[in-house]
Design a protein around this ligand. Structure first.
Ligand code: GCB
Length: 598
């Protein structure tokens, strides 16, 4: 038995059923780290309840539980009716952070590593029809130098282990996304790849479909009114949509691509995909969407909210899209990991542009004062590299068809000064270039302490992403004027013809409700002044083609002297209410529009 990647989003159609297994599961923390030895894989005794999807951490009142490092176990029963005997049966996890091991009716189904990607187990040979089946999942939150993100384990003097993340967000864990029983036909659609193009007023949809059999494939395209506007047959073909409505930022139009497998006039499988017709290209110092220069306005975000932690919360996701609309943002970077699939579906629908990031964060030595670069560790050059490549493959395979996704970010703030990092990233980026049928541009987020001439990585990317905190971590407050001088030099050095720059991060921690005249760091006034100065700088540089503030909302981090109940650089509070700077951004972003500098 094996767990395997499951990238095609589960949908109900005339031939497919999906049973949602979310809700309260039985739950147990493996405090003694001996759950397997004690037979927990057969079922959990003396368990408590845990909500799925959710992080487990913020449900409890005890610090030792919130910060527990090791396995947490989940269990529930599910039923499969006799009439599904002839179907393909799978159980699918939207994500389990960071590693999972699954048993069904006591049988080991396999292990999965990677906390942000969907995976599944095949049930047909294991399931008892018409009787209760027990599923048990052990989820580990441990991190090391071969996981993404990177982290370390430390032993405390009382014998407990804790995780030290190499990154600035709380190491939330658990079953973070929906668990579903997915019922599909034996002969079924397994993958779809779509590439779109524009020719005059026509839209072209090129598709490539993988199925598990040899029966005929028929494809139909419907517009938003449900009218059939194009069709074709075969697993690979092209459909021309006359007078196509394009998918544009802020003005999304989605066609429905309906795929049918037909065996002698009988439809044996049916699946659909929402398709936006659009093109993406970097040309000179511009990022073109549908051949028009696009200026990125928006945020780096987190999947983070009260109580749920990193668990997908559909209400918060909707609220976030409302706020993006209100503030006149047009884009988001999925810092620092791939988000829930539903997030991209909302972005497709609402016309928000996404820079999609893999969980390659923590490749440096700063966060927890490790004294040597991670690139000095042999293991990073072999095991981590291979795993990083796998996660890039998974990201692109899962998200390739979203019109909202316009660029792939393959790492955040690595120690790209280290000589060993050059070969490492050469391989990562070369591999990334082979994976996307749409050939979307590649980027990275540069760490502010690595200068242009020291950085070994920018040579491999199409767009340079900069994370900058001049006037915050360097020369804050009274020294702000000098911070801006350093910033200007820094930006001049990074200005390279043919490689436009997007600011992926800039921001200042701000306590909502703290007002001060004149401003001081942490006051709402300081955040406004900080952003105003940055915007002036961006407007002075023609090659800056985007600004994404750090962060959309306040978020939880590991405790420490630099954080006041989390990172407070949000433009919105953690409960999604605006700070003063939200109004500044709203005005600016309305004024400059989506094609600033075109
Ligand atoms: C960064 C990191 C981000 C942090 C941010 C900060 O450069 O990419 O994860 O949260 O700085 O606020 O320090």
């Amino acid at each position: 038995m094996k767990l395997y990647d499951s990238m095609l989003y589960p949908r109900e159609t005339s031939q497919r059923y999906v049973v949602d297994l979310c809700g309260y599961w039985n739950f147990k923390i493996d405090k003694e780290h001996n759950g397997r030895g004690d037979g927990w894989q057969n079922g959990l005794d003396e368990s408590i309840l845990m909500a799925v999807p959710s992080s487990f951490n913020d449900v409890f009142t005890e610090k030792k539980i919130r910060d527990f490092a090791g396995d947490v176990w989940y269990e529930r029963a599910f039923y499969v009716p006799e009439e599904w005997k002839e179907k393909n049966l799978e159980i699918r996890f939207g994500s389990a952070t960071h590693k999972a091991e699954v048993w069904i009716n006591g049988h080991e189904m396999g292990k999965h590593k990677g906390g942000f990607m969907p995976f599944a187990a095949k049930l047909n040979d294991i399931v008892k029809f018409g009787e209760p089946n027990i599923i048990v999942v052990a989820v580990s939150n441990l991190l090391d130098f071969t996981t993404l993100p990177l982290g370390r384990i430390e032993m405390l003097s009382d014998g407990r282990q804790i995780v030290l993340p190499h990154f600035d967000f709380f190491n939330y864990a658990g079953l973070h996304r929906a668990v579903k029983l997915v019922v599909t036909p034996i002969e079924r659609v397994e993958d779809i790849t779509v590439v779109t193009d524009i020719q005059g007023t026509d839209g072209i949809i090129e598709y490539d479909i993988e199925t598990s059999g040899e029966s005929d494939v028929h494809v139909e395209v419907y517009d938003e009114d449900g009218e059939l506007v194009g069709e074709s047959s075969g697993k690979r073909s092209e459909i021309v949509i006359e007078d196509a409505k394009l998918w544009c930022p802020g003005n999304a139009y989605l066609y429905k691509l309906k795929v049918k497998i037909v065996n002698v006039c009988e439809v044996v499988d049916e699946y659909y995909l929402n398709v936006g017709i659009r093109t993406v290209e970097v040309k000179g110092n511009r990022f073109l969407i549908n051949n028009e220069p696009f200026y990125f306005k928006g945020f780096g975000k987190h999947e983070d909210c009260e109580y749920h932690g990193r668990g997908f919360n559909p209400v918060v996701a909707l609220r976030d899209f409302e706020l993006l609309d209100w503030i006149n943002a047009n884009s988001v970077r999925t810092s620092h990991y791939p988000y829930a699939e539903e997030f991209y579906q909302l972005a497709d629908r609402k016309g928000i542009v996404i820079i999609d990031e893999v969980a390659a964060v923590g490749f440096q030595a700063v966060m927890n004062a490790v004294d040597k670069s991670v690139f000095e560790e042999e293991i990073v050059h072999s095991e981590t590299l291979e795993y990083h490549k796998l996660e890039v493959e998974r990201l692109i395979k899962r998200d390739k068809n979203h019109p909202s996704v316009v660029m792939w970010c393959l790492t955040n703030e690595p120690d790209s000064k280290n000589p060993h990092s050059e070969k490492y990233f050469e391989e990562i980026y070369a591999h990334g270039r082979t994976l996307d049928a749409q050939n979307r541009p590649l980027t990275y987020a540069n760490f502010m302490y690595i200068k242009f001439e020291e950085c070994k990585l920018h040579q491999f990317v199409d767009v340079i992403g900069l994370n900058r905190y001049w006037g915050w971590y360097e020369k804050p407050g009274e020294q702000f004027v000098d911070a801006m001088e350093s910033f200007k030099n820094d930006l001049e050095e990074f200005s390279t013809p043919g490689k436009p720059i997007i600011f992926f991060e800039y921001g200042a921690d701000t306590m909502s409700g703290v007002h001060k005249l004149p401003s001081v760091t942490f006051s709402e006034e300081y955040q406004v002044e900080f952003l105003d100065a940055y915007h002036k700088m961006f407007d002075d540089f023609d090659n800056v083609i985007g600004e994404q503030v750090w962060n959309f909302a306040d978020f939880q981090t590991t405790e420490g002297p630099l954080r006041v109940d989390g990172n407070k650089k949000g433009i919105f509070t953690r409960t999604r209410q605006p700070k003063q700077a939200a109004f500044t951004l709203r005005n600016r972003w309305k004024k400059i529009g989506d094609n600033h500098k075109s």
